[in-house]
Design a protein around this ligand. Structure first.
Ligand code: NDP
Length: 258
């Protein structure tokens, strides 16, 4: 009998932290990673829903930890990193997914509101990359850092200048960390989702006229589902992406090429 080649997408036993892992895209990433064999540390602010998400994964046999963390707080991110290391002993991959958007008139947008978005969407990614990257650089075996960006990083978004700026910043941050951490065998990439149905986009996906306009522009002719991001998450967390770094992978059903 010939021996089977190892599966480069296998995540068995890998420890992966996912911020905003209690719902939406974060939970979709977590489910996909768990199905490939990963142990998970789910981070978010809402303790009830993070515990519920962890319980639901645990009931499927996943080793999972729920951690309360506001990613805009350096203290919280350091403490959450510590808690994950205490439970699992290491972090093999980290997904900085937590984020949110708000509509605003760019000519009336208050500086505080601009900063509030950046604090979670950009500072949050920086704080997680710094904490996870430090751990990965200090050990043998490298690691994987992934940030969830948005197609807003490349499109003009007239009513979300702060959100767009935060995601453009995230992609620049990814390239900076990719260069610095390559020597430690840490790959750093971003994912740019298109239109994905979650709580955040419910007002848009449930608005029939708006949704029809969006879907007409998506060659796949449907909104994405958080599960549509599971494949790229497994790839970016696994050995399959060992020589792939500093990149942004777009998962949008073809929206941006139409
Ligand atoms: P949801 O609103 O469904 O989920 C947002 C998640 O982020 C929640 O888990 C929330 O948990 C967490 N979160 C928000 N702020 C913080 C914080 N300060 N600290 C820790 N956790 C936080 O949104 P989506 O799933 O749609 O979005 C997830 C990511 O994907 C975001 O970065 C978003 O910008 C990006 N994205 C989404 C797209 C879409 O179409 N849905 C398209 C492109 C990008 P809690 O409130 O408990 O803290």
């Amino acid at each position: 009998m010939t021996e089977r080649a190892p599966n480069p997408f296998d995540l068995t036993g890998k420890v992966i932290a996912v911020t905003g892992g209690n719902r939406g895209i974060g939970l979709g990433l977590a489910r996909g990673l768990a199905r490939a064999g990963a142990h998970l540390s789910l981070w978010a602010r809402n303790e009830t829903s993070i515990a519920a998400a962890a319980e639901s994964l645990a009931s499927e046999g996943v080793e999972v930890q729920a951690v309360r963390c506001d990613v805009s707080s350096a203290e919280d991110v350091e403490a959450a990193t510590q808690q994950t290391l205490e439970r699992f002993g290491r972090i093999d991959a980290g997904f900085a997914n937590a984020g949110f958007g708000e509509a605003a008139n760019p000519l009336k947008l208050e500086l505080d509101d601009f900063h509030r978005i950046l604090a979670t969407n950009l500072d949050g990614v920086f704080l997680c990359f710094r904490a996870w990257g430090r751990h990965m650089a200090d050990r043998e075996g490298g690691g994987k850092l992934v940030a969830i960006s948005s197609i807003s990083a490349i499109f003009g978004t007239p009513l979300q200048p702060h959100y767009a700026a935060s995601k453009g910043g995230v992609e620049a941050l990814v390239r900076a960390y990719a260069l610095r951490l390559a020597r430690y065998d840490v790959q750093v990439n971003a994912v740019q989702p298109g239109w994905i149905v979650t709580d955040a986009t419910a007002p848009a996906s449930e608005n029939a006229a708006f949704s029809e306009t969006v879907v007409k522009r998506i060659p796949a002719r449907r909104w994405g589902d958080p599960g549509d991001l599971a494949g790229v998450a497994v790839y970016l967390a696994s050995d399959a992406s060992q020589y792939h770094t500093g990149d942004t992978l777009r998962i949008d059903g073809g929206y941006t090429i139409f």
